[in-house]
Design a protein around this ligand. Structure first.
Ligand SMILES: [Fe+2]
Length: 173
């Protein structure tokens, strides 16, 4: 009788209980999915904050900021999908309610409608916070040899750091 190898096909398929065997153990997949859930919550919160400011910005920089915020929230709306679907590919449910996002996010919500300059400051802080959340995950992801998550995190870091720089530049003379 042939010896059963790890990853070998078996005939023991039971609907609803198909085991994941991608070469990352269950404990590491769970920890990475949890980390990505924090990133999803921060990205979604940043998305909503940016869209909110697109709607409510006023003042002499209206046109610049209204359009800049639109480009940013459009990119973030696509990014949340990539983060959520990576969580699913690792075998875990993606959080998708405001209640969960408030609990998981490191970005705090701001009351009222800030002045344009304060909106920019809040967005710099939120972009940087999201970058930190992504960066914190790297040791775990590298140890698990999880290249797709590392690639996703690298792309997210590039966007958040570049956007933070562009927003920060608006605050300088
Ligand atoms: Fe709009």
């Amino acid at each position: 009788m042939a010896e059963k190898k790890k990853g070998a096909e078996t005939s023991s398929y039971a609907p609803g209980s198909y085991a994941i065997d991608i070469g990352i153990d269950a404990k590491q997949r769970k920890l990475i999915a949890e980390g990505l859930s924090h990133l999803l919550a921060d990205t979604y919160t940043l998305y909503l904050k940016t869209h909110n400011y697109h709607w409510n910005v006023t003042g002499p920089m209206f046109n610049t900021l209204h359009l800049m915020f639109e480009a940013q929230y459009t990119e973030l709306a696509l990014a949340v999908d990539l983060v959520a679907e990576r969580i699913r590919a690792l075998g875990h449910p993606a959080p998708g309610t405001y209640k969960e996002f408030v609990k998981l996010a490191s970005i705090k919500e701001v009351n009222g409608v800030p002045k344009a300059i304060d909106m920019i400051c809040h967005l710099v802080k939120a972009q940087e916070a999201t970058a930190r959340t992504a960066r914190e995950l790297f040791p775990l992801v590298n140890a698990a040899n999880d290249q797709p998550t590392a690639d996703l995190l690298t792309q997210r870091l590039e966007v958040h750091e570049k956007t933070a720089w562009m927003l920060r530049s608006l605050l300088e003379d």
